[in-house]
Design a protein around this ligand. Structure first.
Ligand SMILES: Nc1ncnc2c1ncn2[C@@H]1O[C@H](COP(=O)(O)OP(=O)(O)OP(=O)(O)O)[C@@H](O)[C@H]1O
Ligand SMILES: [Mg+2]
Length: 274
Protein backbone atom coordinates (compact mmCIF):
# COMPACT_ATOMS: atom_id res chain seq x y z
CA UNK A 1 0.00 0.00 0.00
CA UNK A 2 2.80 2.39 0.97
CA UNK A 3 4.33 1.92 -2.45
CA UNK A 4 1.08 2.72 -4.28
CA UNK A 5 0.89 6.03 -2.49
CA UNK A 6 4.46 7.00 -3.38
CA UNK A 7 3.95 5.88 -7.00
CA UNK A 8 1.29 8.50 -7.18
CA UNK A 9 3.66 11.25 -6.13
CA UNK A 10 4.91 13.02 -9.21
CA UNK A 11 6.92 15.83 -7.67
CA UNK A 12 8.58 16.13 -4.30
CA UNK A 13 10.43 19.29 -3.29
CA UNK A 14 12.43 19.25 -0.08
CA UNK A 15 14.09 22.27 1.45
CA UNK A 16 14.25 24.05 -1.89
CA UNK A 17 15.99 27.40 -1.61
CA UNK A 18 16.76 29.93 -4.33
CA UNK A 19 19.21 32.61 -3.31
CA UNK A 20 20.21 35.66 -5.32
CA UNK A 21 23.29 37.70 -4.51
CA UNK A 22 25.66 37.47 -1.57
CA UNK A 23 26.27 39.40 1.63
CA UNK A 24 24.44 42.74 1.65
CA UNK A 25 22.64 41.98 -1.61
CA UNK A 26 21.54 38.47 -0.58
CA UNK A 27 17.85 37.74 -1.10
CA UNK A 28 15.77 34.59 -1.27
CA UNK A 29 13.18 33.96 -3.97
CA UNK A 30 12.38 30.59 -2.32
CA UNK A 31 13.17 29.64 1.26
CA UNK A 32 13.22 26.03 2.46
CA UNK A 33 10.26 25.24 0.23
CA UNK A 34 8.58 21.84 0.64
CA UNK A 35 5.88 20.48 -1.63
CA UNK A 36 4.52 17.12 -2.70
CA UNK A 37 2.43 16.93 -5.86
CA UNK A 38 0.30 13.90 -6.74
CA UNK A 39 -0.68 12.84 -10.22
CA UNK A 40 -3.97 14.36 -11.27
CA UNK A 41 -3.76 17.43 -9.07
CA UNK A 42 -4.67 20.84 -10.48
CA UNK A 43 -2.77 23.22 -8.26
CA UNK A 44 -3.20 26.97 -8.39
CA UNK A 45 -0.48 29.11 -6.91
CA UNK A 46 -1.30 32.61 -5.75
CA UNK A 47 0.50 35.30 -3.81
CA UNK A 48 1.80 38.85 -4.08
CA UNK A 49 4.18 39.97 -6.80
CA UNK A 50 7.74 38.88 -6.03
CA UNK A 51 6.80 36.06 -3.64
CA UNK A 52 8.54 33.46 -5.82
CA UNK A 53 5.78 31.92 -7.96
CA UNK A 54 7.60 32.10 -11.29
CA UNK A 55 10.86 31.04 -9.66
CA UNK A 56 9.07 27.96 -8.34
CA UNK A 57 7.57 27.07 -11.74
CA UNK A 58 10.90 27.62 -13.49
CA UNK A 59 12.63 25.24 -11.07
CA UNK A 60 9.89 22.61 -11.34
CA UNK A 61 10.07 23.02 -15.13
CA UNK A 62 13.85 22.51 -15.11
CA UNK A 63 14.39 25.95 -16.63
CA UNK A 64 16.22 27.08 -13.51
CA UNK A 65 18.01 25.43 -10.60
CA UNK A 66 17.61 25.85 -6.87
CA UNK A 67 20.62 27.01 -4.84
CA UNK A 68 20.03 24.14 -2.43
CA UNK A 69 17.46 21.46 -1.74
CA UNK A 70 16.13 18.34 -3.40
CA UNK A 71 13.79 17.98 -6.33
CA UNK A 72 12.38 14.51 -7.08
CA UNK A 73 10.56 13.99 -10.35
CA UNK A 74 9.03 10.51 -10.48
CA UNK A 75 11.26 9.54 -7.59
CA UNK A 76 14.49 10.65 -9.29
CA UNK A 77 16.50 13.48 -7.78
CA UNK A 78 16.86 15.86 -10.72
CA UNK A 79 18.26 18.86 -8.86
CA UNK A 80 21.84 18.22 -9.89
CA UNK A 81 21.55 16.62 -13.33
CA UNK A 82 23.36 18.06 -16.36
CA UNK A 83 21.81 20.80 -18.49
CA UNK A 84 21.59 18.32 -21.35
CA UNK A 85 19.58 15.81 -19.31
CA UNK A 86 17.45 18.63 -17.97
CA UNK A 87 16.59 19.65 -21.53
CA UNK A 88 15.66 16.08 -22.43
CA UNK A 89 13.50 15.56 -19.37
CA UNK A 90 11.88 18.93 -19.90
CA UNK A 91 10.93 18.09 -23.48
CA UNK A 92 9.53 14.69 -22.53
CA UNK A 93 7.80 15.32 -19.27
CA UNK A 94 6.91 18.99 -18.97
CA UNK A 95 4.59 21.22 -20.95
CA UNK A 96 4.82 24.99 -20.48
CA UNK A 97 2.28 27.73 -20.96
CA UNK A 98 3.45 31.31 -20.41
CA UNK A 99 1.59 34.59 -19.97
CA UNK A 100 3.06 36.02 -23.18
CA UNK A 101 2.57 32.77 -25.17
CA UNK A 102 6.30 32.54 -26.15
CA UNK A 103 5.68 31.29 -29.67
CA UNK A 104 8.51 31.55 -32.19
CA UNK A 105 7.52 34.50 -34.38
CA UNK A 106 8.88 33.24 -37.69
CA UNK A 107 7.60 29.65 -37.47
CA UNK A 108 4.13 28.63 -38.66
CA UNK A 109 1.99 27.56 -35.73
CA UNK A 110 2.04 23.89 -36.73
CA UNK A 111 5.84 23.95 -36.38
CA UNK A 112 5.63 25.82 -33.11
CA UNK A 113 3.37 23.08 -31.76
CA UNK A 114 5.66 20.31 -33.01
CA UNK A 115 8.77 21.68 -31.24
CA UNK A 116 8.51 19.68 -28.00
CA UNK A 117 8.49 16.44 -30.02
CA UNK A 118 12.12 16.87 -31.03
CA UNK A 119 13.34 14.44 -28.41
CA UNK A 120 10.50 11.99 -29.01
CA UNK A 121 12.14 10.02 -31.78
CA UNK A 122 9.29 10.66 -34.26
CA UNK A 123 10.04 11.55 -37.88
CA UNK A 124 9.36 15.13 -38.93
CA UNK A 125 6.22 14.06 -40.79
CA UNK A 126 4.84 12.29 -37.72
CA UNK A 127 5.67 15.30 -35.59
CA UNK A 128 3.73 17.60 -37.89
CA UNK A 129 0.83 15.11 -37.96
CA UNK A 130 0.70 15.08 -34.18
CA UNK A 131 0.89 18.86 -34.06
CA UNK A 132 -1.94 19.03 -36.55
CA UNK A 133 -4.08 16.73 -34.38
CA UNK A 134 -3.35 18.87 -31.33
CA UNK A 135 -4.33 22.03 -33.22
CA UNK A 136 -7.61 20.41 -34.33
CA UNK A 137 -8.51 19.89 -30.72
CA UNK A 138 -8.36 23.66 -30.27
CA UNK A 139 -10.23 24.35 -33.53
CA UNK A 140 -7.21 25.89 -35.19
CA UNK A 141 -6.84 23.40 -38.03
CA UNK A 142 -7.50 26.04 -40.67
CA UNK A 143 -4.65 28.19 -39.39
CA UNK A 144 -1.83 25.65 -39.31
CA UNK A 145 0.38 27.70 -41.60
CA UNK A 146 -0.40 31.10 -40.10
CA UNK A 147 2.38 32.88 -38.27
CA UNK A 148 1.71 33.71 -34.61
CA UNK A 149 1.16 37.44 -35.27
CA UNK A 150 -1.76 36.56 -37.56
CA UNK A 151 -3.71 35.14 -34.60
CA UNK A 152 -5.56 36.81 -31.73
CA UNK A 153 -4.19 36.58 -28.19
CA UNK A 154 -6.70 33.88 -27.25
CA UNK A 155 -5.82 31.86 -30.36
CA UNK A 156 -2.09 32.23 -29.66
CA UNK A 157 -2.60 30.93 -26.15
CA UNK A 158 -4.55 27.95 -27.51
CA UNK A 159 -1.60 27.26 -29.83
CA UNK A 160 0.64 27.41 -26.76
CA UNK A 161 -1.62 24.92 -24.96
CA UNK A 162 -1.51 22.62 -27.99
CA UNK A 163 2.31 22.87 -27.84
CA UNK A 164 2.25 22.13 -24.10
CA UNK A 165 0.27 18.90 -24.49
CA UNK A 166 1.57 17.60 -27.82
CA UNK A 167 4.26 15.40 -26.25
CA UNK A 168 1.82 14.00 -23.71
CA UNK A 169 3.84 15.39 -20.79
CA UNK A 170 3.47 14.24 -17.20
CA UNK A 171 2.97 17.74 -15.96
CA UNK A 172 1.72 21.02 -17.37
CA UNK A 173 3.04 24.25 -15.90
CA UNK A 174 1.22 27.50 -16.60
CA UNK A 175 2.41 30.92 -15.45
CA UNK A 176 -0.52 33.34 -15.52
CA UNK A 177 -1.83 31.81 -18.75
CA UNK A 178 -4.82 34.15 -18.83
CA UNK A 179 -2.88 37.24 -17.73
CA UNK A 180 -2.89 38.82 -21.21
CA UNK A 181 -6.37 37.74 -22.24
CA UNK A 182 -9.81 39.34 -22.07
CA UNK A 183 -12.41 37.57 -19.96
CA UNK A 184 -13.97 35.69 -22.86
CA UNK A 185 -10.65 34.27 -24.07
CA UNK A 186 -9.65 33.54 -20.46
CA UNK A 187 -12.78 31.50 -20.05
CA UNK A 188 -12.08 29.48 -23.20
CA UNK A 189 -8.48 28.84 -22.12
CA UNK A 190 -9.61 27.76 -18.62
CA UNK A 191 -12.20 25.39 -20.07
CA UNK A 192 -9.46 23.81 -22.22
CA UNK A 193 -7.22 23.41 -19.17
CA UNK A 194 -10.12 21.91 -17.25
CA UNK A 195 -10.69 19.32 -19.99
CA UNK A 196 -6.97 18.49 -20.05
CA UNK A 197 -7.04 18.06 -16.27
CA UNK A 198 -10.09 15.81 -16.40
CA UNK A 199 -8.17 13.50 -18.73
CA UNK A 200 -5.87 12.82 -15.78
CA UNK A 201 -3.15 15.38 -16.37
CA UNK A 202 -1.34 17.17 -13.57
CA UNK A 203 -1.39 20.96 -13.81
CA UNK A 204 0.35 23.61 -11.75
CA UNK A 205 -0.80 27.11 -12.60
CA UNK A 206 0.10 30.53 -11.25
CA UNK A 207 -2.65 33.12 -11.21
CA UNK A 208 -3.51 36.48 -9.70
CA UNK A 209 -7.20 35.92 -10.31
CA UNK A 210 -8.99 34.34 -7.31
CA UNK A 211 -12.07 33.62 -9.47
CA UNK A 212 -10.07 30.98 -11.37
CA UNK A 213 -9.46 28.87 -8.27
CA UNK A 214 -12.82 27.14 -8.89
CA UNK A 215 -10.93 25.05 -11.46
CA UNK A 216 -8.28 23.91 -8.96
CA UNK A 217 -8.17 20.85 -6.73
CA UNK A 218 -5.68 22.60 -4.47
CA UNK A 219 -4.87 26.25 -3.83
CA UNK A 220 -1.50 27.31 -2.47
CA UNK A 221 -0.87 30.85 -1.29
CA UNK A 222 2.76 31.87 -1.19
CA UNK A 223 4.39 34.61 0.84
CA UNK A 224 8.08 35.59 0.81
CA UNK A 225 9.30 32.42 -0.87
CA UNK A 226 7.33 30.06 1.34
CA UNK A 227 3.92 28.42 1.50
CA UNK A 228 1.52 30.52 3.52
CA UNK A 229 -1.64 28.43 3.10
CA UNK A 230 -2.24 25.15 1.27
CA UNK A 231 -5.85 24.03 0.82
CA UNK A 232 -7.04 20.91 -0.98
CA UNK A 233 -10.57 21.26 -2.33
CA UNK A 234 -10.72 17.74 -3.77
CA UNK A 235 -9.68 14.61 -1.85
CA UNK A 236 -6.76 12.66 -3.35
CA UNK A 237 -9.03 9.65 -3.91
CA UNK A 238 -11.25 11.74 -6.18
CA UNK A 239 -8.53 13.09 -8.45
CA UNK A 240 -8.92 12.13 -12.11
CA UNK A 241 -7.06 8.98 -13.11
CA UNK A 242 -4.20 9.44 -15.56
CA UNK A 243 -4.50 7.87 -18.99
CA UNK A 244 -1.03 6.72 -19.92
CA UNK A 245 0.06 6.81 -23.55
CA UNK A 246 3.33 5.12 -24.41
CA UNK A 247 5.46 6.70 -27.09
CA UNK A 248 7.41 4.36 -29.37
CA UNK A 249 11.06 5.26 -29.65
CA UNK A 250 12.68 5.89 -33.02
CA UNK A 251 15.97 7.68 -33.62
CA UNK A 252 15.65 10.83 -35.71
CA UNK A 253 16.33 14.33 -34.53
CA UNK A 254 16.01 17.32 -36.79
CA UNK A 255 17.58 20.70 -36.71
CA UNK A 256 15.07 22.69 -34.71
CA UNK A 257 16.63 22.13 -31.32
CA UNK A 258 17.71 25.70 -31.82
CA UNK A 259 14.07 26.75 -31.97
CA UNK A 260 13.29 25.09 -28.66
CA UNK A 261 16.21 27.01 -27.21
CA UNK A 262 14.84 30.22 -28.73
CA UNK A 263 11.46 29.72 -27.12
CA UNK A 264 12.99 29.22 -23.69
CA UNK A 265 15.36 32.16 -24.15
CA UNK A 266 12.34 34.31 -24.92
CA UNK A 267 10.86 33.37 -21.56
CA UNK A 268 14.10 34.17 -19.75
CA UNK A 269 14.42 37.50 -21.58
CA UNK A 270 10.89 38.50 -20.65
CA UNK A 271 11.76 37.62 -17.02
CA UNK A 272 14.81 39.85 -17.07
CA UNK A 273 12.76 42.76 -18.45
CA UNK A 274 10.45 42.70 -15.40
N1 LIG B 1 17.65 37.04 -11.85
C1 LIG B 1 17.31 37.54 -10.66
N2 LIG B 1 18.19 38.22 -9.88
C2 LIG B 1 17.85 38.69 -8.66
N3 LIG B 1 16.64 38.53 -8.10
C3 LIG B 1 15.72 37.87 -8.83
C4 LIG B 1 15.99 37.33 -10.13
N4 LIG B 1 14.87 36.72 -10.61
C5 LIG B 1 13.94 36.87 -9.64
N5 LIG B 1 14.44 37.55 -8.58
C6 LIG B 1 13.73 37.90 -7.34
O1 LIG B 1 13.09 36.77 -6.81
C7 LIG B 1 11.85 37.11 -6.23
C8 LIG B 1 10.77 36.24 -6.78
O2 LIG B 1 10.56 36.53 -8.16
P1 LIG B 1 9.43 35.80 -9.01
O3 LIG B 1 9.58 36.26 -10.43
O4 LIG B 1 9.50 34.35 -8.75
O5 LIG B 1 8.09 36.41 -8.37
P2 LIG B 1 6.57 36.17 -8.75
O6 LIG B 1 5.89 35.67 -7.53
O7 LIG B 1 6.49 35.33 -9.96
O8 LIG B 1 6.06 37.66 -9.04
P3 LIG B 1 4.99 38.19 -10.12
O9 LIG B 1 3.64 37.92 -9.51
O10 LIG B 1 5.28 39.65 -10.20
O11 LIG B 1 5.21 37.49 -11.41
C9 LIG B 1 11.64 38.60 -6.51
O12 LIG B 1 11.93 39.33 -5.36
C10 LIG B 1 12.62 38.90 -7.62
O13 LIG B 1 13.11 40.21 -7.55
MG1 LIG C 1 5.77 35.69 -11.92
Amino acid sequence: MEQKVSENVLIELKGLTKRYGYGDTESFALKDFNLSVKRGEFIMIMGPSGCGKTTLLDIIGLLDRASYGEYYLNGENVAGISARRQARLRAKKIGFIFQNFNLIDDLPIIENVSLPLIYSGYSKTSRLKKASTALKRFHLEEREYYLPYQLSGGQQQRVAIARAIVSDPEIILADEPTGNLDSRSSHIVMEELKAIHEEGNTIIMVTHNPALTVYATRVINMLDGQIDTDIKTVADANLPQPISVKIKKKKDNFASLEDVGKSLKKHKKSRRKK
